[in-house]
Design a protein around this ligand. Structure first.
Ligand SMILES: NC(=O)c1ccc[n+]([C@@H]2O[C@H](COP(=O)([O-])OP(=O)(O)OC[C@H]3O[C@@H](n4cnc5c(N)ncnc54)[C@H](OP(=O)(O)O)[C@@H]3O)[C@@H](O)[C@H]2O)c1
Length: 274
């Protein structure tokens, strides 16, 4: 479908560029966004999955590409530019990431694996943001972090470290935006484990309680729709009682980081599953 046709078919002129659309969370999120009238442009390295999603009506358009590669990032930013130039309000949603299996000790990871995780979970995202800014694309942006950014848990420590860095980056970018008077919304989402069937990172963490994927994506779309505008960071946490609680936060005035202990309770959103 051509961009003009997509435009004619949709009354809502809001586009979500979903980077990491092809995995467990991405697929569910794409569907929920579509239900809410967004035009969804998917990305991932797996072209076959993107084609299938488009044929099933889960996304409207796609751009295949590896966010860790310079030329692919340029291609993706080119696609984003097309939509902006056509007059759409565009939001970028970084949903990409990798998680290794937990090995009990940091010394059990090799340097190549560590590099790959940094490249995917942190550098590729910062590099894409830089490419966008250099193209004068000041867009609302959502970052999929993880509650692992705040906890020491029995998950891959490299995941924990990279997600903590991503979280800190978003707080810093918010500061830069203020200094440079860039008016846009930045959101960091930090969920506990999510259940998305056989797919997704949650399926690696079998013994963990999980947030049902459907509940998670519904809440995320409400946040995108503008609910809870007073917060830029969100924690989705499963309590000892198995209840899922949503918390809001903003970067601390003292450390300019999202501080777990400064989170404010918003509401309960459901019960965890296994
Ligand atoms: N599931 C959970 O329990 C959970 C909890 C907290 C946070 N998160 C975060 O939520 C996000 C999605 O998780 P998920 O469970 O859906 O994981 P997933 O099923 O493994 O999906 C990962 C996504 O990232 C994409 N991706 C990976 N490397 C890429 C690259 N170099 N270039 C472009 N795309 C790349 C994958 O697409 P291709 O393979 O097609 O490239 C896929 O769409 C991640 O950031 C994860 O850290 C997940």
């Amino acid at each position: 479908m051509k961009l003009d046709e997509i435009m004619m078919n949709e009354e809502k002129k809001e586009v979500i560029i979903l980077l990491g659309a092809t995995g467990g969370v991405g697929k569910l999120l794409a569907e929920e966004l579509k239900k809410n009238g967004y035009i969804v442009v998917g990305n991932g390295r797996k072209e076959d999955v993107l084609i299938k999603m488009k044929n099933e009506g889960k996304i409207d358009d796609y751009v295949v590409g590896d966010l860790t590669k310079d030329e692919d990032r340029k291609k993706i930013v080119g696609k984003i530019k097309e939509y902006v130039n056509k007059g759409y309000k565009v939001t970028v949603f970084y949903n990409i990431g990798i998680l290794y299996d937990y090995r009990g000790d940091i010394s059990k990871y090799n340097i190549e694996e560590i590099r790959k995780a940094w490249e995917t979970n942190v550098e590729s995202i910062i590099a894409t943001d830089i490419e966008l800014l250099r193209n004068n694309l000041i867009l609302d942006t959502i970052y999929m972090v993880s509650i692992s950014a705040y906890y020491v848990e029995k998950v891959d420590p490299i995941y924990e470290i990279t997600k903590a860095a991503l979280d800190r980056y978003v707080a810093r970018l918010k500061y830069d935006d203020e200094v440079n008077n860039r008016k846009r919304r930045l959101i960091a989402l930090s969920p506990d484990t999510i259940k998305t069937g056989e797919e997704g990172m949650g399926s690696k963490l079998k013994e963990y309680p999980k947030i049902p994927g459907e509940i998670f994506v519904k809440k995320v779309v409400e946040i995108i729709n503008g609910k809870y505008k007073e917060y830029s960071g969100f924690i989705f946490e499963i309590g000892e009682d198995n209840r899922i609680r949503l918390y809001g936060m903003n970067p601390s005035k003292i450390t300019n980081a999202f501080e777990y202990l400064e989170k404010e309770f918003i509401e309960e959103i459901g019960e965890a599953v296994y």
